[in-house]
Design a protein around this ligand. Structure first.
Ligand code: UDP
Ligand code: MN
Length: 305
């Protein structure tokens, strides 16, 4: 009799195994592990790599929460003809598909006709900006325009903002997993290097000066909630202007200021270089997908000074 009860008990326990596995499957966390790369910062922010997340879980949650995303991009001077349409057309296929997206295109030639077919719940506004004569100023002054448009428009319509360089092409999903309060991108050329190679601004006279840092972030992509992107853009702009008054310019312009700001205000989410890769780097086993690629640089042809 005792033996029979033992068997009954064992069978009962065995029955729980598939049920438990099933429950585990459906309630599994959206973050899974990758052992070949760093997936977490020292301040416990996730670093996003392919294989770590379930895109559908993120999409469903953001749809439920009513997330909407603004994308800012600048196409001033020759950058408009060279890059803008390819950037926007590729973004229509890959950037935050399924969520409402508002594009804010800053250009000195808003009258130029664009051939972009926008999907449902996706809109585009052209905003006229001055064409600064130096390319360094075109790049740096983006911070002021971004903070102004967040204040006047974006904060009333979108929960999040992503800011992009235009000389890039989306090639894979750049989705809601990338959204967070403050989002920064690991620079494809530096993520493998020891910190001594990071090209922070080392001039003590600049507001961007820093000796140590966490990572080398790439200014071609940053984002977050409208509030935190506004603070970042304002903070960087104030330091850029202070440098101008003191006749100094940071080594890598707005990127140096961005790195300083993100050292002092840690991002809550970090994107791996999958989110902005350069194929010239060649094969890397840790890059399993490329989501955004650098377009070919043509500084001689495109930059004015
Ligand atoms: N930009 C522009 N016109 C210019 C120079 C810069 O519209 O004449 C904008 C554009 O969005 C560009 C960004 O500023 O992607 C940063 O400049 P660039 O891409 O040349 O810098 P890099 O990525 O080479 O550091
Ligand atoms: Mn660029």
């Amino acid at each position: 009799m005792r033996c029979f009860q033992k068997i009954k008990c064992t069978l009962k326990c065995l029955l729980w195994v598939p049920a438990a596995l099933c429950a585990l499957y459906f309630t599994r966390p959206s973050m899974q592990s990758r052992t070949d790369v760093q997936t977490c910062t020292t301040w416990k922010a996730p670093i996003l790599w392919e294989g770590m997340f379930d895109p559908e879980v993120y999409d469903q949650n953001h749809k439920k929460e009513g997330t909407s995303v603004a994308l800012t991009v600048f196409a001033v001077g020759r950058y408009l003809d060279e890059y803008l349409e390819t950037f926007l057309n590729s973004s229509e296929h890959h950037f935050m598909v399924g969520l409402p997206v508002s594009y804010y295109v800053f250009t000195d030639m808003p009258e130029k006709v664009l051939h972009i077919h926008l999907g449902p719940q996706r809109t585009l506004k052209m905003i006229k900006v001055q064409r600064h004569s130096r390319w360094q100023d075109i790049s740096m002054m983006r911070m002021k325009a971004i903070s102004d448009v967040i204040e006047s428009d974006i904060r009333h319509h979108s929960t999040h903002v992503f800011c992009f360089d235009v000389d890039q092409v989306f090639t894979g999903r750049f989705g809601s997993e990338a959204l967070g309060d403050s989002v920064a991108l690991l620079h494809a050329y530096y993520y493998h290097l020891p910190k001594i190679f990071y090209t922070y601004d080392r001039n003590p006279k600049s507001k961007a000066y820093m000796e140590n840092g966490d990572f080398y972030y790439h200014a071609a992509v940053f984002g977050g909630s409208w509030k935190s992107v506004k603070s970042l853009a304002e903070g960087c702009y104030q330091n850029i202007m202070e440098d101008k008054q003191n006749n100094v310019e940071a080594l890598w312009h707005d990127e140096s200021h961005l790195n300083k700001y993100l050292w002092l205000h840690k991002p809550s989410r970090v994107l791996s270089p999958e989110y902005c890769w350069d194929t010239h780097i060649g094969y890397r086993s840790d890059i399993q997908v490329t989501r955004l690629l650098w377009a070919p640089k043509q500084y001689d042809k495109l930059r004015t000074l």
